[in-house]
Ligand binder design. Structure first.
Ligand SMILES: NC(=O)c1ccc[n+]([C@@H]2O[C@H](COP(=O)([O-])OP(=O)(O)OC[C@H]3O[C@@H](n4cnc5c(N)ncnc54)[C@H](O)[C@@H]3O)[C@@H](O)[C@H]2O)c1
Length: 417
């Protein structure tokens, strides 16, 4: 066992936090009990690059219970919970990450977990997979397959597959309904608002113009929660169907050029680059608050903001005040990194239960399956099993189709009566 974390003395608090998450992740609890008995991952080495939260710790312990050897790194320089990784290190996990890394330190940790020569990779954002494919190609022969947690990672993987650069099969956990419908929508929806509130020390949302750029899974959740807090929500989009959906949900839809002039709070979650660009920053009101909840810190053009400013002051741990040359103050939260993870605790244990149950069951399935080199969906059976277990844990009951109904739904003869 080896590790590099900020402070191993934080382990006791980390263990308490992991305990809280464990109690709120019943699906992973059921999987863990079976894994302990059956050891389906015995002899498998898994390298993971994930936001190192208390929920991730629960997943790691499920994989370890299944017999896997794990090496864990973060998936963002600013989202590791130092107490949680201290607890993992103290109980024997090979873990290399801390909050507040330089880019060099971040990739040092990624390379450190790759030194374990994984058979399976679990990634959030595709940095682990892209490092294997560019700098550590000697490892390719030993990797059987991998799973990817987020939309941006899946976009990168599909681009790799399209250009024939992908060299082992990947499973798009992000795209399965028990992941994106819940984690992206309800999880990042709630935690992004939590991040904005915590970062700003409790800024009032009621009555503010809240500009949501991107109305995908995450954007829908964030917009709904912002509206629930009393904001007037404005949506900006590039996809006409999604823009229409936002309009019919009751939000104002406009170009970001128009929204930039009236917004009080701006949040991006698009997976795209420079969504909030110099031309938008130039017309924003003094006092505007900017945050990103998409995977990378490129959604707001931060270099342009730096160039436009005479001074930058860290006025709170997750708030930088930029004084622009024309006399305005613009506030950037969490250095433009995922605000829900960098300024709050990330998505709730209850939804991460389903996302991470997918990774655990996919890892087990991958040990028994030989796949083509491509980006694959999670098998429908796994998704259905997770939803069923989650419903049971929440105490909700399903109806069952009768034989007559089952037959009706698979036949064509009966029509208008
Ligand atoms: N913060 C979190 O906890 C969390 C959780 C899941 C996903 N993510 C990340 O959030 C981002 C969005 O994920 P998603 O699942 O909602 O993706 P999605 O594909 O469902 O939605 C993205 C939306 O952004 C729109 N868009 C793209 N470029 C745009 C632009 N320039 N201006 C306005 N709209 C634009 C797209 O049309 C699309 O509707 C990704 O980077 C993903 O990896 C973050």
């Amino acid at each position: 066992m080896s590790y590099k974390v900020k402070d191993i003395e934080l382990a006791e608090q980390g263990e308490l936090n992991i305990g809280w998450a464990t109690d709120h992740m019943p699906v992973l609890g059921i999987i863990k009990q079976r894994f302990q008995r059956e050891k389906p991952l015995k002899g498998v080495t898994i390298a993971a690059s994930l936001h190192c939260t208390k929920e991730t710790a629960v997943l790691i312990r499920v994989l370890e219970a299944g017999g896997a050897k794990i090496a864990l790194a973060g998936s963002n320089p600013l989202t590791t919970q130092d107490d949680v990784v201290a607890a993992l290190a103290k109980t024997g996990t090979n873990v290399y990450t801390w909050r507040g890394q330089t880019k060099e330190e971040y990739y040092w940790c990624i390379n450190k977990v790759l030194d374990y020569k994984p058979n399976i990779t679990i990634d959030d954002g595709c940095d682990l997979v892209s490092t294997i494919h560019s700098d550590r190609t000697e490892l390719l022969k030993g990797v059987k397959a991998g799973s990817e947690e987020t939309t941006t990672g899946v976009i990168r993987l599909r681009a790799m597959a399209d250009s024939k650069a992908l060299k082992y099969p990947m499973i798009a956990v992000n795209d399965t309904p028990t992941k994106n419908m819940f984690d992206n929508r309800y999880g990042s929806g709630q935690s992004t608002i939590d991040g904005v509130i915590r970062a700003t020390g409790g800024m009032l949302l009621a009555g503010k113009n809240f500009v949501m750029s991107g109305y995908g899974w995450c954007g829908q959740g964030i917009a709904r929660r912002a509206a629930g807090m009393g904001c007037s929500v404005i949506v900006t989009e590039v996809d006409p169907v999604r823009a229409l959906e936002a309009a019919m949900e009751g939000y104002k839809v406009m170009s970001l050029e128009d929204a930039a002039k009236i917004g009080d709070i701006f949040v991006t979650s698009t997976g795209c680059k420079h969504v909030i660009d110099r031309k938008h920053l130039e017309v924003m009101k003094s006092g505007a608050v900017l945050a990103n909840s998409g995977h990378f810190n490129v959604e707001i053009n931060i270099p342009a903001l730096e160039e436009m400013s005479t001074r930058k002051t860290r006025i709170r741990p997750s708030v930088d005040e930029y004084n622009t040359k024309d006399g305005r103050k613009l506030y950037l939260l969490a250095e433009g990194r995922l605000v829900n993870l960098a300024a709050a605790d990330g998505s709730a244990s209850e939804v991460m239960d389903m996302s991470f149950a997918n990774h655990a069951l996919v890892a087990e399935w991958l040990t028994k399956t030989n796949l083509d080199i491509a980006v694959h969906d999670v098998p429908r059976g796994i998704d259905q099993m997770i939803a069923t277990l989650k419903l049971e844990a929440m105490g909700f009951k399903l109806d069952n189709l009768t034989e007559e109904q089952r037959k009706y739904l698979t036949s064509w003869q009966e029509g208008t009566v």
